[in-house]
Write a protein that binds this ligand. Structure first.
Ligand code: LMR
Length: 354
């Protein structure tokens, strides 16, 4: 009896689907179009680009990705749709580069540190106190240093479209960290980069490489007790809730490289490439200002809403940190390459003198 009802149900469903399909084709054959979502018009011609990233939307990268998507829509007259997936909703830090190379997503914007294992020259940007001012940073990234780094990506089938800035990194910890000697015995969460590992090891601290989205938990359960990040990342992930001390040290730079799958990029029509690059350049310029503003605004909010103890290094203390941290440079000279290191040193010295 049950089997009979099952058959009847299946036949009924089949009939319903058949009636629905013939109803649709009957109307369309007479030139009537069934109501359609406006956005669906021209969908088959629209180029969809999936852009995946790991941070929240109220961060420099999150805001820039959304702004870029809007500009691409505008500049290409809706011919290209950038679908932004924030907060690691598609892929984690560790998965996203492979997903890009396999064209499962077409765009990502990882921190420079996260590509150092596959493109070692990028370690340059992780060196502590590498660029003393924003102007030095811009001169490097917009000049030969940036060009050389982007060229490295082509070797791994990736096209680099831009450098997006977040800001300088600060230290949070369970204990006050004011002098390099205070690092001893601490256990830091770090991004995957040999430079960052060495930077802390040099001062007697230990490190664990953890994904961005694992950081809060790891500090909360005291698996690690310290970490370095920009204010916007400390703020958006509420790291100030699980750390007692924040030192404004500006000891390292955290920025992103916006990448697109090279084969996918090369197949795009030239006019589309030009409009995407235009949207990218406009977003990048806007972000240089916005990322500074956002980091400052969020530092004010951390001061207001949390009990974390905030200490800003004095100029003398910063000098002490810089002198002690930069001794690791020679360790990475051959990996990064003497030529590239030379170009960096030239810019560094010019701005240190100012
Ligand atoms: C981190 O892992 O701390 C950062 O790379 C996160 C990000 O993308 O800003």
């Amino acid at each position: 009896m049950r089997a009979l009802w099952g058959y009847l149900l299946l036949i009924g469903l089949g009939l319903l689907i058949a009636v629905y399909i013939s109803f649709q084709s009957f109307f369309t054959s007479f030139g009537f179009n069934l109501p359609k979502d406006e956005e669906q018009v021209g969908m088959k011609d629209q180029i969809v680009i999936k852009f995946s990233h790991v941070v929240a939307e109220n961060t420099p990268k999150g805001l820039a990705a959304n702004r870029f998507a809007q500009l691409v829509d505008e500049y290409t007259d809706h011919r290209v749709k950038i679908e932004v997936y924030p907060n690691q909703s598609l892929y984690s830090d560790q998965e996203e580069i492979e997903a890009l190379q396999e064209n499962k997503v077409q765009m990502i914007a990882p921190t420079a540190s996260k590509i150092t294992s596959i493109s070692k020259k990028w370690m340059l940007l992780d060196l502590p106190y590498v660029f003393p001012t924003d102007a030095a940073l811009q001169e490097a990234l917009n000049g030969e240093v940036g060009e050389e780094l982007l060229k490295q990506l082509n070797i791994i089938d990736i096209e680099g479209l831009a450098f997006w800035s977040n800001n300088y990194k600060q230290i949070t910890s369970s204990k006050p960290i004011r002098h390099p000697s205070d690092f001893a015995g601490k256990h830091f969460r770090i991004m995957p980069s040999a430079v960052l590992e060495s930077q802390f090891k040099h001062f007697g601290a230990t490190t664990s490489v953890l994904e961005f989205n694992e950081t809060f938990k790891s500090l909360e359960i005291k698996e690690t007790d310290s970490q370095e990040n920009t204010i916007s990342n400390i703020y958006s992930k509420k790291l100030y809730e699980v750390q007692k001390y924040l030192t404004i040290s500006d000891h390292g730079y955290l920025g992103y490289v916006v990448m697109i799958n090279e084969q996918f990029w090369n197949k795009l029509p030239l006019d589309i490439q030009q409009q995407i690059q235009r949207a990218m350049d406009d977003t990048t310029k806007w972000l240089w200002i916005k990322s500074n503003e956002l980091n400052q605004e969020q530092l004010r909010e951390i001061r207001q809403k949390s009990n974390i103890d905030i200490y800003t290094l004095s100029d003398e203390e910063k000098k002490e940190w810089m002198d002690e941290m930069t001794v690791i440079y020679p360790e990475f000279e051959s990996t990064i390459g003497t030529e590239l290191m030379g170009k960096m040193e030239k810019i560094r010295e010019k701005y240190l003198k100012e």
